[in-house]
Ligand binder design. Structure first.
Ligand code: DAK
Length: 260
């Protein structure tokens, strides 16, 4: 697939995906969502990718939301269909990717932009970032998982406040509410994301994929996270990565995981 709205580059074990519509503050239109879906799927299937970093181009925005100029004409049916499609093609895909995804939030992360960041496993924000779910100010509600994931991350009370007031919060406030893991200067943002990615990439990709499935299981209705953990834990014992990790410990050397 040819990309017109994103840039997807490989850097060692990292896939760095940059949403590249700076003049529209990287707003997510249908085409951008389709391209992101394609890039994340490719990264998921590429054995040489161990961590994905997603960020926005320019200095102002990570993503300033879904593209209002595109969605303002949608009917009830289109809204419902596109919401379900978006969940499945992008937001759930990112959350359930077999490798960690880090959002490097370099400015506004609003509406669908914050929803994308919340689908990621880890979030780092630059100190100029502003985060919020302003949908009710437009007469809609968050439609890409925001009502669920925000409450999971910051708790129900703060989620009610952020969603119903439609106000943005600063990066520092987001850190205080556990919405982002770190706050950095704008210059340090990508380096911080890469530092985390480097630590991740030294570990077993198969065990990390199991950990992602287990953690996510606890947030899925009707799924018992503890049972999934037991299952995934057991599976680890049958992997070459497990043999490598434990043998390296006994032999007092660093493991070299192959992700098998
Ligand atoms: N969509 C389209 N264009 C956008 C945009 C957006 N979300 N945000 C900014 N832009 C465009 C502006 O229109 C402007 O374009 P021109 O007028 O120059 O052509 C350009 O980006 C620069 O923006 P500003 O001139 O406004 O820049 P400022 O620094 O003055 O203000 C701002 C920055 C972020 C405060 C402001 O741009 C703003 O309030 N933007 C809108 C924020 C927002 O409300 N975002 C949408 C949240 S609602 C759906 C599922 C989910 C959703 C929708 C549908 N379906 C399944 C159907 C989710 C909805 C949302 O995300």
């Amino acid at each position: 697939m040819e990309y017109n709205n994103i840039i997807s580059e490989k850097e060692g074990y990292f896939q760095i995906i940059t949403i590249n519509r700076p003049k529209q503050l990287n707003a997510l239109n249908k085409e951008t969502i389709a391209e992101l879906s394609d890039a994340f799927s490719k990264a998921d299937n590429d054995k040489n990718v161990r961590v994905v970093i997603v960020t926005g181009s320019g200095e102002k925005a990570f993503v300033a939301g879904a593209d209002i100029k595109e969605f303002y004409k949608f009917s009830v049916e289109e809204g419902k269909r596109l919401s379900a499609e978006g969940h499945q093609k992008l937001f759930d895909l990112v959350e359930n990717l077999s490798k960690p995804v880090i959002a490097a939030i370099n400015g506004f992360a609003l509406g669908g932009g914050l929803e994308l960041a919340m689908s990621c496993h880890i979030r780092v924000a630059s100190e100029n970032a502003k985060l919020g779910l302003p949908e009710v100010s437009l007469g809609v509600i968050p439609g890409y998982g925001g009502t669920q994931r925000l409450a999971q991350l910051v708790g129900k009370g703060k989620a009610f406040e952020m969603i119903t007031t439609a106000q943005m919060i600063s990066a520092q406030e987001a850190y205080q509410y556990h919405l982002v893991n770190y706050v950095t200067s704008p210059e340090e943002l990508l380096n911080k994301a890469k530092d985390i990615a480097t630590k991740i990439s030294r570990n077993s990709p198969t065990a990390i994929a199991s950990a992602i499935r287990s953690i996510n299981a606890g947030y899925k209705a009707g799924v018992n996270g503890f049972e999934v953990e037991i299952e995934e834990f057991g599976k680890c014992f049958g992997t070459p990565d497990f043999i490598e990790g434990t043998t390296a410990f006994v032999e007092k050397r660093k493991p070299e995981f192959k992700g098998e």
